[in-house]
Design a protein around this ligand. Sequence first.
Ligand code: GLC
Length: 621
Amino acid sequence: MQKKKKNEDCFQERLWRHHDELRWLYMELYNNNDMFGELCSTMQSFYKERSASLKELDGKREKNPDWFRKNDMLGMMLYIDNFAGSLKGVKEHIDYLQSCNVNCIHLMPFLDSPKGRSDGGYAVANFRKVREDLGTMEDLQELSKECHRRDISLCMDFVMNHTSEEHEWAKRARNGEGEYMSRYFFFDNYDVPAQYEKTVPQVFPTTAPGNFTWIPEVEHHVMTTFYPYQWDLNYRNPRVFNEMMYNFLFLANQGMDVIRIDAVPYIWKELGTNCRNLPKVHSIVRMMRMISEVVCPGVILLGEVVMEPEKVTPYFGTVEKPECHMLYNVTTMATTWNSVATRDVRLLKKQMDIVNRLPKEYTFLNYLRCHDDIGWGLDYPTLKEWGMKEVPHKKFLNEYFTGRTQGSISRGELYNEDLVTGDARFCGTTASMCGIESAGFEQNPEKMEEAIAFAIMLHAYMLTQSGIPMLYSGDEIGQVNDYTYKEDSEKREDSRYIHRGKFPWKLTENIKDAKTVQGKLFPALSKLALLRKEEMVFAGEANVWTLETRNDSVLGIGRRMGEELLIAVFNFHDRTQEIGLLTEEVLVGGKFQNLITGESVDLTKPVVLEGHSFLWAKRRK
Ligand code: GLC
């Protein structure tokens, strides 16, 4: 009785903390008291339904809000079916994930989604049902329990911008039911869509041109920013907002620790704008943050904002009114690959300086590759100052990475090549982009050694950045591009499937054989992850800055945590480079130790780095 009372107090106390601001934002958007009342009482029901163990975790995390910023945090994203067939299969393979030092698993979309019209699971037909071939909600809860037992957190996608055309609401809208049509954007003629088309860019210009789809059953056009079978939700309708928040809370209650809000910049539409990053998007994300802090404060919001840097950081909100806890470091990712192709780290240094100057509360999720294509969202004004123009530069990058440039070791394919604008994005795995695929094809051991060293260097660099690193499943064993998607009529058109291949379990058998690619790569990455976990200098609160290396092909990063100092340098050139690190830190720093080999290094002398190699040097005590 006592405990029950305490539990309810907890909800009320949290609700009152946020009530005024939540109500204010809600009324500003919807001016609907009844619906606000419904929202609050349904939040309370979700709180009541939340399990005791999750509530306990919430409590712990409220006391330790930096829990997800620790330097032992290492994520991995994976497709359940590719990796282990089903949710039960993932549970059976947790040991393997732990052997990769992973303690946060991002399960790629697994909710009910129509086969062949699913956009890799990003077209959800039922937010409360797991895709049948992958398992059930109970399996998800079991997986979550097992993960929590092992101190692993689970991340899933919440696709809130749209539903599948097979979602109950869409089916009823297609049937002509006004109540459901109002949950999407329907137009009985093309006048308004035509106006939208003037200002709204295209996400998939080749695979899904246009932003509207004709629905013959109701003789209306419906807004479909992504694929024609992904119908955009109308957040002007409070019913949509409330129901989607209930879906969010339902999923949080299954034991999720991180909720990735998919395509968040798109959720609010306004005629005459580009329908991206509109101010109301921020009101919605802020409300979502408060709702989760009231019902499930242990849950972290990870925003997917694939935009230019100045558009990304506003999604953190402010320190007083935070929105997302974490955001993808997308510009740094794209700029990293730009440095790979150009062998020039200047733009990367500039980009990292921007990130490093941001408040420490802003946590970025760093990654080399994810399930999506790489869009070349670079700082073109700066490149222009250096004489590079956007269109030809993108062309250069795409030719380099598809392996068409003389001497390029990378392999992969273009994505959504827009023949009108000449724009294209790129798809491929880290291993293929680093040369593991081409060296394997040529059976060239020397090139293979170089390619492996390259992949290791890039991972070391990613682990040195400030923020949380996320691996892409398969990268730890050098998984190369999978071209079989072309034989599948449902996937053929979407080259992102080139890096969404089945996990090659057979290759994991090589991990202990030092002669193999896996035997070289896996232990090396493992060592990096362990060092990152053990060395205080990798702590989330550490100061991180870039160093002057006096060599445009070598990136230098400094990290300081209390007395500890790390000087890290990464050679983005395939040839040996010499650098001079006569910075203040080094001169006063004294003796350093190579963290990988244990040898001492004298940084006051020029440092020689072989092609695509790196150095992690920690100041000796
Ligand atoms: C996100 C996903 C992408 C998907 C899109 C539409 O950008 O990462 O894979 O196609 O949303 O839902």
